[in-house]
Design a binder for this molecule. Sequence first.
Ligand SMILES: O=C(O)[C@H](O)CO
Length: 370
Amino acid sequence: MPAFTVVIAPDSFKGTATAVDVADAIASGWASVRPNDVLRHFPMADGGEGTLDAFAAAVPGATRMPVTVQGPDDRPVDSCWLLLPDGTGVVELANTSGLGLLDRLRPLDAHTLGFGQAIAAALDHGVDRLLLAVGGSSSTDGGAGALTALGARFLDAEGQQIALGNRGLGDLDRVDLSDLRALPAGGATVLSDVTSPLLGPAGAASVFGAQKGADATQLRVMEANLAALATRMPAKADLPGTGAAGGTAFGLVAWGAVIAAGSGAVGDAVGLPGAISGADIVITGEGRFDDQSDAGKVASYVRGLAEAADVTALLVAGSIGAETRGFVGAQSLTELAGSSAAAMGDPLRYLRVAGTALAASGAEVAAARS
Ligand SMILES: O=C(O)[C@H](O)CO
């Protein structure tokens, strides 16, 4: 059988394994069956957790810049932003205001102030351009916390600053953006992990509020409070992607940032399109493959690149809850392990098993196509 070039380009499996570890584990399973194949690792991210790491791994000379911020539950968080050699600052919401920083979910009170503080630190340093990775957030504050750290004022009817978090937006009377800091000369791009609008059934609260701990009543409060914010801000709430990170993307658009798909931006930075077009097989993966995967997630982005280059695409996911169309083979860790708890208890073991299983089936298909 001929040797293949196999590109392994997974997202992290949120909360259980980094993208680097996922790629390594799949590769070790694959190599146990087909030791002569060339395996190329491209750990990926979509704007959410792991985006900073993906840029740090891909861009030679990238420097982590330490910063301590006020976390989503007000405790200090020792975090960092990334300075690229061309003067671009990459700031990640997940490592400053993310869900993974909370001991206890606080759907109405978590906020994005810390993300804004890290952006301010990058501006203080004098970055030429900002890439703002949003996703994996703990809050639904429409970016009000982040903009507060950048000089905006969100005021109640008495002219007092409202509380941080979505709950505070219930008291919002007016927004004063006159002291908002200027964008860097090269502008700011929001790397969004989803295409959701701010409001409505596909919006920030309806789709992502529950994973932040909101019950049905709280979801209604969140939606109403975001709608109140939307009417007072100079940004379009129906723009795709504004619903990312509890509407933080919406707030950043009001600042003057533009929205781009996180997966595509990370893919371009790591040279993934070229690597896939020169490969025989590409393997991607994510923690859960479901209907949300089509809205800007890594797996659907990689599948699109594979389709365009006519390369065999394979999928590994912690669990699979949607049609795996476009993938010639797919492995679910939950099925391999017998339960989701078993899969999450030892994800690297089952990722290796998945890599082993794909090496047999996927390589046969690629051979038949060539
Ligand atoms: O943070 C969130 O709300 C989700 O990752 C979607 O952006």
